[in-house]
Design a binder for this molecule. Structure first.
Ligand code: F0G
Length: 351
């Protein structure tokens, strides 16, 4: 399947002169989650949009294909971003494809191993700083401007434009808009983008309704929920460990205009949803992704409205579980080897 620029060309800011730098991103599966549907009840159908199946294993590829393509259309000396990991992995891959240098500034010691490996193998210059994502973002904004390097964080408008295609895909697959859409919120670009996509399809009368947008922040990194920046955000969901989101306004607009809500989920709720997805639905996402499902389960437990009976709920699963192998095996016992014979194997299997 072609990438998002070819598939949604007429709805994106590209021309015939735009070189398309693509890894055939998008077209990710919208997977039914039958156990979650049963838990929520009322004949509601829960789907997960598994963005971990993009080429660099996160939703960032949708925005990065457009940001890097547009950068190549104008003069581009290189690209730079701050990142909690996934943006840097995507930037590094698309920059490699475009044959331009890539610089990534990361909070030292707070990026999952798989993401760090991706930035390195794709040949980016990796610059860990003794600071958090918010500080990294401030630094790259300044360097990008002073050095004439293209910023590919979501302050770059093409990132949001590319990412809005997730809403198009969901609506195209369902044949309508879902009733509710739950997303993890970090720097808040994704919820801003998805809402823009639904609004555009609605204006073009492709869909006749728009979903309520439910943003889910980690409790230790929930500036929008608290209405003020958090100086030292903390959560096990390192991808959304952000205290001062760049697209704050876009997130608030999405929530207000769609009559949704932004809420905080604790690390233990995130881990519970993460384990549920892997062990009950067969979908392995990274911890930050599971914040969307944690938010859905929390609303259900609190008896809050989710959607009408028989309605459709979509949860964005933004990144793949294999990105963060340390979290995956943390607390699990790695089984000891057994002798290579049938009896020993039978015994271990409890047969
Ligand atoms: N889920 C994952 C897996 C992410 O990597 C991110 C953001 C989010 C959710 C939140 O999306 O920022 O648009 O609200 N990761 C960024 C990064 C910050 O640098 O990779 P958002």
């Amino acid at each position: 399947m072609a990438g998002i620029i070819e598939r949604y060309r007429s709805r994106l800011p590209v021309t015939d002169d735009t070189p398309v730098i693509t890894l055939n991103e998008g077209s990710t599966p919208l997977i039914p989650a039958p156990v979650l549907s049963r838990i929520i009840g009322g004949d509601r159908k829960v789907f997960v949009k598994f963005e971990g199946l993009n080429p660099t294993c996160s939703f960032k590829d949708r925005g990065m294909t457009l940001a890097v393509s547009k950068a190549m259309e104008s003069e581009c000396r290189g690209v730079i971003c701050a990142s909690t990991g996934n943006t840097s992995a995507a930037a590094a891959a698309y920059a490699a494809r475009a044959e331009v240098p890539c610089y990534v500034v990361l909070p030292a010691g707070k990026v999952a191993a798989g993401k760090l490996a991706q930035a390195l193998v794709h040949g980016a210059t990796v610059l860990p700083i003794e600071g958090n994502f918010d500080q990294a973002l401030q630094l790259v904004v300044e360097i990008a401007e002073k050095e004439g390097i293209t910023l590919v964080n979501s302050l770059n408008p093409y990132r949001i434009e590319g990412q809005k295609t997730v809403a198009f895909e969901i609506a195209d697959t369902l044949g309508c808009a879902p009733d509710s859409h739950f997303l993890p919120v970090g720097n808040a670009g994704n919820i801003t983008a998805a809402w823009r996509g639904y609004r555009q399809y609605h204006e073009e009368q492709v869909i006749d309704s728009t979903p309520r947008m439910y943003g889910c922040q980690a409790a230790g990194a929930a500036p929008i929920v608290h209405g003020k920046p958090i100086e030292n955000p903390e959560t096990i969901a390192t991808a959304i460990r952000i205290g001062n989101p760049a697209s704050w306004k876009g997130a608030v607009e999405a929530i207000e205009q769609s009559e949704g809500e932004i809420s905080a989920v604790s690390d233990s709720q995130i881990l519970e949803a993460y384990a549920h997805l892997a062990s009950k639905e067969g979908v392995f996402c990274e911890p930050a992704s599971a914040a969307s499902v944690a938010g859905l389960l929390a609303r259900h437990r609190e008896g809050k409205e989710i959607c009408p009976e028989g309605g459709i709920v979509v949860c964005s699963l933004t990144g793949h579980g294999l990105k963060d192998p340390d979290r995956a095996i943390d607390g699990l016992d790695i089984p000891e080897a057994v002798p290579a014979d049938l009896d020993a194997l039978r015994k271990r299997m409890g047969l």
